[in-house]
Design a protein around this ligand. Structure first.
Ligand code: DGJ
Length: 736
């Protein structure tokens, strides 16, 4: 078996060697005489090899080196005195904790006899199209690790994950199982960018120097979390700007607890290791069992932070989000949460639906409060029957009317939660996550259902399936309003109880996958009290996300800017809500609110019963405007021209996939010292093409006739914005 593989391998390598240059845009080459692999994708090359000890060692990650044969065999690095031995100075692709490793391990395990030494050496490889599998094995036991490398030719993204196989005849407990370790070129002078937050203040971008030592960004909360998002970018602050210079970036596809360790060793080797959070982690593999780690995606560009984002956005649209690049555009939706909160009723919702449809809404969503005995957040979660007082005729008349008004219908659910004051909890208290005999910690008066239990998973799937089967529902807003506490799971052996961190998320994915398979037209929004569950794992199963409960337009500019560093603006739902804003009391003009919300996927979230005829008229016009630019905003390339943080000005531009339309949004937050709006230099246009330029309000941009792309990019636009919270949008239509 093995020799047959090696014959294939040798044949494969002869073919790849003879065709080595120029390589296709996505390619995996193997140089068997040196045991070196060269992965090419998009503008990136990634290389690693087997060193003289048999370890898999990183060789290169950076700009494209088309001549793969240039990469020399891997040689273990030397020791630095007796304290930093070669096993720790050598950048391994997937280091086990053993043999004197002082940097972050990718795998840490305990064998049945108490032995904790894991030293992984190369065994074999298999290539299948764009996916390479490398087999490693512990030097003294039958613990195997399979590393997977998959290249995405279009974007240059490289996906890595691992599978740990216990081929020993006794149980092995994994204490850390990471997806990948990514080593950067040796040396100092790197900068790290990452996103943190909290409820109502997600997507805060931080930039700092990478220092010797380790920087940990993580969630120990059971889900992705508001606290930090599993995305990173590392640049060279002395060379990198928004538009130029090297950036290494990555994002994890996992919706449970996760961790990134960004490390600079004492020898100035920078590395990012990421995967399952090892905190409270113990995953027992019985003989013959295996564990797969989440996908960790990464890329490189020389085009600055802006291009790093654009690559990720394209990758998400092409390879992560359901439906691929031509997935349906996000409809303009109406949601009454901020208008009515729990006070929903058939008449109230229908009155709002009438108004929303007149404004041009395409989807009407009933939020929290429609089910069980849900009058406040104290009761009802778990009891997913239509509340008969609020909807005496069930949902059907509402859905029928919504359809008659030309909209489709969506509804809010929070399937993973239960209120102690609910029939479900009274019947199944053992389904709530808890350590038996210990008090529960409630949060928003609710508890988590232990989705790791298969009976809970099946129950949740069954009622969701019935809800969607029995009602014409196009869309679920899937909410999740607390983090974990007391993560007990006493239904399984003591040694398996910590598997809850992984099993919960697998069952969540299973429910979503089965629901989607059974209801292929159903769309889902991932919401977790705002943006607490946005990651490349949940995005494989949801069309859009709710980035924040903070709908104040000024705060949103910063949140949205942070969001777009990692995620495409097309999935970023943004509602226009009422002022003064419920969260911070700020009042900004309707136009500003619309311009901010149109920078993502536009929604309406105000109490339309209170809007004046003038506001309703203006809103109708803005919605119509949005529909004309929507494909460009949702599927185009985003250029962050002026960042909102630390400035009273900001501007973003989107260029459509076919290059025929550009859209600019510009904001003056607060006028200071009568300072004019800085010239806006557009990007991503064709130098020699001619564009018709039009501002949404003519007085904000003097008529300039048709002008060239070169003029717009080099001379730029001088916008007339004045006062506090002024804003505009400009369209650039390419002339045939
Ligand atoms: C939190 C969400 O983020 C809100 O939009 C809303 O759906 C509430 N939950 C409802 O309880």
């Amino acid at each position: 078996m093995k020799s047959a593989r090696w014959v294939t391998l040798a044949l494969f390598s002869i073919v790849t060697l003879s065709l080595a240059a120029p390589a296709a845009r996505g390619d995996i080459q193997y140089f068997p005489e040196r045991k070196v692999w060269v992965l090419e994708a998009g503008e990136t090359t990634y290389a690693f090899g087997v060193n003289e000890r048999g370890e898999l060692q990183s060789i290169y990650w950076g700009a494209r080196v088309a001549h793969g044969a240039d990469f020399q065999a891997a040689h273990a690095r030397g020791e630095i005195a007796s304290f930093d031995i070669s096993t720790t100075t050598t950048p391994q692709e997937y280091p086990g904790w053993g043999a004197g490793l002082y940097t972050e391990p990718a795998l840490k395990a305990t064998y049945a006899d108490g032995n904790r030494d894991v030293v992984l050496h190369f065994v074999d490889q298999h290539l299948d199209g764009n996916t390479l599998e490398i087999e490693l094995k512990d030097i003294a036991s039958a613990l195997q690790v399979h590393l997977y490398y998959r290249v995405f030719p279009e974007t240059g993204i490289l996906e890595r994950w691992s599978r740990i196989d216990n081929k020993t005849d006794q149980a092995v407990t994994l204490e850390s199982a990471q997806s990948a370790a990514w080593s950067l070129p040796q040396g100092e002078g790197y900068g790290l960018h990452y996103l943190t937050g909290r409820w109502g203040a997600e997507w805060q971008l931080h930039s700092e120097a990478v220092q010797t030592g380790a920087r940990v960004i993580e969630s120990r909360r059971g889900s992705t979390s508001h606290q930090a998002n599993p995305w990173f970018a590392i640049d060279r602050p002395d060379q990198t700007t928004e538009e130029n210079g090297p950036v290494w970036f990555g994002a994890l596809g996992w919706s449970g607890s996760w961790r990134f360790t960004i490390e600079q060793s004492a020898m100035q080797q920078v590395r990012v290791t990421g995967g399952f959070n090892p905190f409270d982690f113990a995953y027992r593999l019985k003989s013959g069992e295996q564990l797969e780690t989440p996908p960790f995606y990464a890329g490189f560009t020389n085009g600055g932070m802006g291009e790093a984002s654009r690559i990720l956005h394209r990758f998400e649209r092409q390879s992560i989000l359901p439906g691929g690049e031509n997935a349906a555009l996000r409809p303009v939706l109406y949601n009454s949460w901020e208008a009515t909160e729990f006070d929903v009723s058939e008449t109230g919702q229908l009155a709002l639906a009438e108004r929303a449809s007149k404004l041009g809404a395409e989807r009407f969503v009933i939020d929290d409060g429609w089910f069980g005995q849900r009058k406040t957040d104290h009761a009802g979660l778990g009891d997913w029957y239509v509340n008969p007082q609020k909807f005496p005729h069930g949902l059907k008349p509402v859905i029928d009317r919504v359809h008659a008004l030309g909209m489709d219908f969506g509804i809010w659910v929070e399937p993973e939660m239960v209120n102690p004051d609910s029939d479900l909890y009274r019947k199944h208290p053992e389904w709530a996550m808890n350590f038996p005999g210990r008090p529960h910690t409630e949060s928003r008066n609710q508890l988590l259902l232990n989705l790791a239990r298969d009976d809970v998973r099946d129950y949740v799937f069954q009622w969701l399936d019935q809800l969607v089967t029995n009602n014409d529902i196009a869309f679920l807003k899937w909410d999740y309003n607390r983090n974990w506490s007391e993560p007990g799971w006493d239904a399984v052996d003591t040694a398996d109880q910590k598997k809850i961190w992984v099993a919960y998320v697998h069952n969540l994915y299973d429910i979503l996958d089965r629901l989607r398979a059974k209801h292929p037209k159903l769309e889902i929004e991932s919401c977790s009290g705002g943006g607490g569950r946005v990651d490349l794992g949940i995005l494989r199963r949801t069309e859009e996300v709710w980035p924040s409960d903070n709908t104040d337009a000024l705060d949103r500019l910063t949140l949205q800017d942070g969001f777009t560093h990692a995620y495409t603006p097309g999935i970023m739902m943004a509602w226009v809500t009422d002022v003064p804003n419920g969260m911070n009391g700020r009042s900004v003009p309707l136009k500003f609110r619309f311009m901010v919300a149109m920078s993502g996927s536009l929604g309406l979230g105000g109490n339309l019963n209170k809007w004046t005829p003038e506001e309703l008229q203006a809103a109708t016009e803005y919605v119509a405007y949005y529909k004309k630019i929507r494909p460009t905003v949702q599927r185009g390339s985003l250029y962050r021209l002026i960042a909102p943080e630390g400035s009273e000005f900001s501007a973003n531009e989107y260029v459509s996939r076919d290059g025929r339309q550009g859209v600019l949004f510009a904001f003056l937050h607060s006028q200071r010292f009568n300072t004019p709006f800085p010239t806006v230099f557009l990007r991503g246009l064709e130098e020699n093409a001619m564009y018709k330029v039009q501002a949404i309000d003519a007085q904000q941009l003097p008529d300039m006739g048709n002008v060239s792309g070169a003029y717009l990019m080099h001379h730029g636009l001088d916008l007339k914005l004045r006062g506090d919270y002024d804003s505009t949008s400009v369209t650039l239509e390419k002339l045939p």
